[in-house]
Write a protein that binds this ligand. Structure first.
Ligand SMILES: Nc1ncnc2c1ncn2[C@@H]1O[C@H](COP(=O)(O)OP(=O)(O)O)[C@@H](O)[C@H]1O
Ligand SMILES: [Mg+2]
Length: 260
């Protein structure tokens, strides 16, 4: 599935991975987590081959936030503490404050004791995602993987989720996979994947300048028809100028080829 792939992620840097569905982005993070083993090549973490670490050891260093928030039937306090079982109430609440969970939890009649029911009907999809971000925050991992973490979130909470993820990412080596290029333009390195290969890598300005795959992906999201302009009222008014082209807004409709 993946061939001739090589890159470095510097400590504390954000590496964004973009590319069409099926390009191998999730496979790449699954390899880092050792959900699959490599047939050849190697992955080093702090100068150690990850196969020299136990899976439990490796995974304890990595925090993941995925497309679908996973919460269990328990209180909000318990769901956040699941990130690190010996965290005190104060540490859980500090994590909740840093990730915008505290404000909506305080508005609930039972606060942190609110039980997340099986259907999760008492909190919105965006709030559930914020809780999983708080959970990763309390775990304080050295490596962070965010795979399509805003994809199933309503546009109302998307901005909050993005801000919470930014708080979570700070000073942490992070891999961010996102359809919306607006969420990854500040990444230190952007890897553009197609069919299991990295076809381009560099930062946002560099990749726009080369007018290759990233540029085309960017154009398809930002310079497209105005049909999606009202999709995200929170950010639609922010103007942006890139590579000599004035784009309509900082709001990114889903890339056409990525619509599943
Ligand atoms: N467990 C698996 N076994 C076989 N093929 C898989 C498996 N998981 C993913 N694939 C295939 O690998 C390719 C890359 O998938 P994936 O990494 O999920 O892409 P992306 O995250 O970029 O959308 C796709 O063609 C997908 O169908
Ligand atoms: Mg994927």
């Amino acid at each position: 599935l993946i061939e001739d792939l090589s890159f470095d992620a510097d400590p504390g840097h954000t590496v964004a991975i973009v590319g069409p569905t099926g390009a191998g982005k999730t496979t790449l993070v699954n390899l880092v987590m050792r959900f699959y083993e490599l047939n050849s090549g190697k992955i080093m973490l702090d100068n150690r081959d990850i196969t020299d670490l136990s899976r439990a050891d490796l995974r304890s260093k990595v925090g993941m936030v995925l497309q679908d928030a996973w919460l269990f039937g328990g209180s909000i306090m318990e769901n956040i503490r699941y990130g690190r079982l010996d965290a005190t109430d104060e540490e859980v609440i500090a994590a909740a404050k840093a990730t915008f969970v505290d404000r909506f939890v305080r508005a609930l009649p039972d606060g942190y004791d609110t039980i997340i029911d099986e259907e999760g009907t008492n909190v919105s999809a965006g709030e559930k995602q914020l809780i999983t971000i708080a959970r990763a925050f309390v775990a304080n991992p050295s490596l962070l993987i965010l795979d399509e973490a805003t994809s199933s979130v309503d546009t109302r909470t998307e901005l909050l989720v993005q801000q919470a993820m930014a708080a979570l990412r700070s000073d942490r080596t992070s891999f961010v996979i996102a359809h919306r290029l607006s969420t990854i333009r500040d990444a230190d390195t952007i890897l553009v994947m197609e069919s299991g290969r990295i076809v381009e890598q560099g930062n946002h300005e560099h990749l726009l300048g080369t007018q290759g795959a990233y540029y085309r992906l960017y154009q398809s999201q930002f310079a497209g028809p105005a049909e999606d302009v009202d999709a995200n009222p929170d950010t639609a008014a922010v103007p942006a100028v890139a590579a000599g082209a004035t784009v309509a807004s900082d709001m990114a409709p889903e890339a056409k080829e990525e619509t599943e």
